[in-house]
Design a protein around this ligand. Structure first.
Ligand SMILES: C[S@@+](CC[C@H](N)C(=O)[O-])C[C@H]1O[C@@H](n2cnc3c(N)ncnc32)[C@H](O)[C@@H]1O
Length: 257
């Protein structure tokens, strides 16, 4: 198989594995609510921007938790934006929850307009430090940013796991780095916590694992596809085995300058 064919296959498998999952990364409504409760003050009719919103699970959770807020979810993938629009219509909140295709590196929004920026599991794509710097001007002074990022919880992870994360997220930092990153970037830390394991399983790895099981049956005559599916399964197996060593940190910070 040529390099181009292998890439096309990996993309096809990725699409089949991730299509219509409840969410596209670790997280749950309890954690979104817990992070929101760390925001010191937020106007009732807040303007909220959810960056890298995926299919919009936390976008809609934010809308439910802030019943008078206007929420805009932005994602680079048009299919997720369409999912978000459908889900907002089903929840009856399309009048105040919108979705748009956009690039987190060049967001087409007015500076100084948001009371709250949200980003679950996506800031790593442009790099957390770059995201903190690029997004701060979008907030009103005193507005808050909440984001999650994968972090090491111990310094004793086995080499196999370290090597895997080195290829997935070479810039992965430790738990202590969250507060330092935000203060270095002109924010004050409001709070932080590590997502519970349920936030990895309930809406993310469990649905993905049952999808993988059915795709293995559908693709049993395609060895290359099975190998690509095994890579997705490996990610889940590593978490099952080594979740003590890494997790997702939620960080909430306030723009002070
Ligand atoms: C790990 S997923 C998290 C999605 C969602 N926040 C969730 O937790 O379900 C990362 C998301 O970032 C989006 N993404 C990737 N590159 C992007 C970019 N340059 N600008 C905006 N979104 C991007 C992906 O399409 C994907 O939906």
């Amino acid at each position: 198989m040529s390099g181009t064919d292998a890439e096309a296959l990996a993309r096809r498998v990725m699409f089949l594995v991730h299509r219509d999952l409840p969410r596209e990364g670790p997280g749950n409504r309890e954690s979104t609510a817990r992070a929101l409760a760390m925001v010191p003050e937020i106007p009732a009719a807040a303007e909220v921007l959810d960056i890298g919103c995926g299919p919009g699970r936390q976008t809609l959770d934010l809308a439910a938790l802030l019943p008078r807020a206007r929420v805009l979810g932005v994602d680079a993938h048009a299919g997720f934006v369409e999912d978000g629009v459908r889900r907002a219509a089903r929840a009856g909140v399309s009048d105040r929850v919108r979705f748009a295709v956009g690039d987190m590196r060049a967001l087409d929004v007015e500076p100084g307009t948001f009371d709250l920026l949200w980003c679950e599991g996506a800031a790593y794509i442009m790099g957390v430090e770059a995201a903190l710097a690029a997004w701060r001007p979008l907030l009103k002074v005193g507005g808050c940013l909440a984001f999650t990022d994968a972090v090491w919880l111990t310094d004793s992870a086995p080499q196999t796991l370290r090597t895997w994360w080195q290829s997935e997220y070479p810039g992965m930092r430790t738990l202590e780095s969250g507060p330092v990153r935000v203060t270095d970037a002109g924010y004050a830390l409001c709070g932080q916590f590590v997502l519970p394991e349920a936030a990895w399983w309930d809406d993310y790895y469990k649905p993905m694992e049952s999808r993988l099981a059915s795709l293995r049956v559908e693709m049993e005559s395609e060895p290359a596809a099975l190998a690509a599916l095994a890579e997705h399964q490996r990610e889940i197996d590593y978490y099952r085995r080594w979740s003590d060593h890494y997790g997702y940190q939620f960080v909430v910070a306030r723009r002070i300058v």
